[in-house]
Write a protein that binds this ligand. Structure first.
Ligand code: HEC
Length: 196
């Protein structure tokens, strides 16, 4: 594992701060010095932290695209963690698809998910008919039909078009099972960041 020094961007290695901080705290009685055991403890836990994270993750932490950083949530991770299950019914020729299934959604790949989520509901009948023409993604999580079919609180306060509200919106977690922990928060972060 290479660990190039990116021009001093890394924090000072802890061993340097120990010899510095000790004489300082001893020679300056005016500034309240940390008790010796505490400063040792701090130094120790800092070096433990640095060792545990390794220099790779230190260098990459700023441009993380990973799943649990709200700003860095990707559609690929949302699809992989949960939305791909929806393709059991929402995909061309899907085994669970019927005449009543929403007609345009296609969760088979990340790209079809992205494209179809940019559209509007269609082909809904019966109770759900009022949601035809409503965008899957609104300006925010709370105004997104996609969120309303997964999140009880959003569904209860949702209203769009001509009567597309809690009475007309189905709970898709009944069909696909509940989303994994943290999923809805990440979905909210993704939508609220512009759904890119
Ligand atoms: C077992 C089949 C099935 C699965 C799995 C399924 N859906 Fe649906 N979905 C339907 C049907 C059928 C409808 C049409 C409305 C109805 O009958 O409830 C629908 C409608 C919708 C709608 C339109 C809004 C509405 O309530 O009518 C959205 C959005 C939606 N589904 C998203 C999803 C998402 C996201 C998942 C995965 C978490 C999913 N669905 C999983 C069958 C399914």
């Amino acid at each position: 594992m290479e660990c190039a020094d990116p021009g001093g961007a890394l924090p000072l290695p802890p061993p340097l701060s120990l010899p510095l901080s000790l004489p300082l705290s001893l020679s300056l009685p005016l500034s309240p010095p940390l008790p010796l055991p505490l400063s040792l403890l701090l130094t120790l836990s800092l070096s433990l932290l640095l060792t545990a994270s390794g220099c790779d993750s230190l260098l990459e932490s700023s441009d993380a695209t990973a799943t649990d950083t709200p700003g860095g949530v990707t559609l690929a991770s949302l699809h992989d963690r949960y939305l791909k299950n929806c393709a059991n019914c929402h995909a061309p020729g899907a085994p669970g698809r019927t005449d009543a299934t929403e007609r345009t959604l296609d969760f088979s790949s990340v790209e079809t998910t992205r494209t179809s989520l940019a559209g509007k509901a269609s082909g809904l009948s019966g109770n759900q008919e009022a949601c035809n023409g409503v965008s899957f993604l609104g300006a925010s999580y709370e105004t997104s039909l996609l969120a309303a079919v997964l999140d009880y609180d959003v569904r209860m306060s949702f209203t769009a078009g001509d009567g597309c509200d809690a009475d007309a919106i189905s709970d898709m977690t009944v069909r696909s099972g509940p989303p994994p922990g943290g999923f809805l928060a990440d979905l909210a972060a993704w939508i609220d960041a512009g759904a890119r």
